[in-house]
Write a protein that binds this ligand. Structure first.
Ligand code: FAD
Ligand code: NAI
Length: 467
């Protein structure tokens, strides 16, 4: 008999949540993690440290540029080391929290690199060169993802960095070139731009934030440009070299036609996406199938093609988001316990934590058009919201998309301060199959930014009051 019910490789949001839920449901669980601290990309070098820096850099920027309009005169001075220390302390508090939860739930944790030697058998190689075999009835691959390399550009995490290096630059670069106008590029670009960097973003496509509703992406781009971002859309970076101490970034039109240019930079951030990380797991040897993008293939119950081996999170298909990984972890634990674990992929919120924030849930206009779904659109700008005026945060708008025949809400998209919190009411509404009228008739506290969400729902269903 194996000693454990469940062995989980990787303790990111997918793995650690799966472990805790499984233990709560009575399973004997072991986890294997090669990082020194649990919590995966998200807690160590992703969601948490980036949000710490986004918050502190925003406060610095507000103090320098926003307070004056409120009658507060200050001249902030940046102590970058202290700002980074706050970020590190935040990370530690969170990763310590996971360790505490493992102990509380009697989950055995190994630090080492896991390899699936055979179904039910995980070989753990520890740093001191020893190996240990862990046996379990079921094995979960929760090994996450890594940043996608840019061919021809070598990452040293000092001057040419991924998000990991961008979270710990020792000084504010005068010139930052970001490759990729996706989530990481805009979030980390915002951090350093607020602290004083001149930021140029080179993006292959002719738009920013691919996948987001077009109108939302366009308006966001205008706002970022107003903040000082310089965009080179429809462009690609073909190489980075060093000359006289500066980095020379070679940029060419994505189409291959027309003249290129060279942009000088002190730091280059490569943020062109992430790819699943399954290296060294021994998947080929035991025959676990991957798809054409290197993701572990699973069915709706997270089973791979090999009996007893499951996979969740960034390592499988779907959005690479911490909450998606967490929900898959919970659902899998429930399925393994004989319950009906399930993730509703139609209602996974997506947030870009810039200022203003950008948030969406459900389908965008382009997706609805492509699927030939008839819909009503309701929009409401924050310029017409009393609270937004009071706090000088009038940039952005809310858009509600509802089915033309049934009024059921199909998507909600917004740009605005606090959008990361406001999107949740749309998610709950959609989870319950709610209509725009339901949202429009729900009393909202006044004065709040969320009144704009209600007004957009009113506009989709009938008419808004304040516009
Ligand atoms: P991971 O968190 O990547 O964890 C996998 C773990 O497995 C790692 O700790 C790794 O060390 C370990 N591992 C891998 N192979 C082995 C092995 N063989 N043996 C032992 N251990 C192994 N998502 C959001 O939803 N919101 C955000 O705000 C957000 N911000 C982000 C910011 C940045 C800069 C980055 C890079 C990502 C961000 N993400 C965000 C994405 C989020 O971090 C991931 O979607 C999430 O961490 C995926 O969880 P996971 O458990 O699948 O994998
Ligand atoms: P991304 O997929 O969001 O954006 C990458 C961008 O790079 C795209 O716009 C793409 O068109 C562009 N690109 C690709 N190749 C290029 C090239 N050669 N030259 C120029 N541009 C190129 O990926 P990103 O920003 O690296 O983030 C990875 C993932 O991490 C995200 O997709 C998301 O899943 C997760 N993440 C989530 C966050 C959040 O939820 N707030 C924050 C940060 C990361």
């Amino acid at each position: 008999m194996p000693s454990y019910d469940l062995a989980i490789i990787g303790t990111g949001p997918g793995g650690y949540v799966c472990a805790i839920r499984a233990a709560q449901l009575g399973m004997n669980v072991v986890v294997v993690e090669k990082r020194a601290a649990h919590g995966g990309t998200c807690l160590n070098v992703g969601c948490i440290p980036s949000k710490a820096l986004l918050h502190t850099s925003e406060m610095f920027h507000e103090a320098a540029h926003g307070f004056g309009a409120f009658g507060i005169k200050v001249k902030p001075e940046l102590d970058l080391a202290a700002m980074l220390a706050h970020k590190d302390a935040t990370v530690k508090a969170n990763t310590d929290g996971v360790e505490y939860l493992f102990k509380k739930n009697k989950i055995k944790a190994f630090h080492g690199t896991g390899r699936i030697a055979a179904p039910g058998k995980v070989e753990v190689a520890t740093e001191d060169g020893k190996t240990e075999i862990v046996e379990a009835k079921a094995v979960v691959i929760a090994t996450g993802s890594e940043s996608t390399p840019l061919p021809g550009v070598e990452i040293d995490e000092k001057r040419v960095v991924t998000s990991t290096g961008a979270l710990e630059l020792p000084s504010v670069p005068e010139r930052l070139v970001v490759v990729g106008a996706g989530v990481i590029g805009l979030e980390m670009g915002s951090v350093w731009q607020r602290l004083g960097s001149n930021v140029t973003v080179v993006e292959f496509l002719d738009r920013i934030l691919p996948g987001m509703d077009n109108e939302v992406a366009k308006q966001s781009q205008r706002i970022f440009q107003k903040q000082g971002f310089d965009f080179r859309l429809g462009s690609k970076v073909t190489g980075v070299s060093e000359e006289g101490g500066a980095l020379k970034v070679a940029v060419a039109p994505a189409s291959g036609e027309g003249d290129g240019e060279t942009i000088d930079a002190d730091i280059v951030l490569v943020a062109i996406g992430r790819r699943p990380y399954t290296e060294g797991l021994g998947l080929a040897e035991i025959g676990v199938a991957l798809d054409d993008r290197g993701r572990v293939k699973t069915d709706a119950h997270y089973r791979t093609n090999v009996d007893g081996i499951y996979a969740i999170g960034d390592a499988i298909a779907g959005p690479m988001l911490a909450h998606k990984a967490e929900d898959e972890g919970s659902a899998l634990a429930e399925i393994l316990a004989g319950q009906a674990g399930h993730v509703n992929y139609e209602v996974i919120p997506n947030v870009v934590y810039t200022m203003p924030e950008i948030a969406s849930v459900g389908r965008g206009e382009e997706e609805l058009k492509a699927a030939d779904v008839a819909y009503n659109v309701g929009k409401f700008p924050f310029t017409a919201n009393g609270r937004a005026r009071a706090i000088n945060q009038t940039d952005g708008f809310v858009k509600v998309l509802a089915d033309k025949a049934s009024d059921r809400v199909l998507g909600v998209h917004m740009v605005g301060a606090g959008a990361s919190e406001m999107i949740q009411e749309a998610a709950v509404l959609m989870e319950f199959g709610g209509a725009a009228e339901d949202l429009a008739r729900t009393c909202h506290a006044h004065p709040t930014m969320s009144e704009a969400v209600r007004e957009a729902a009113m506009a989709a269903w009938f008419k808004p009051i304040h516009m």
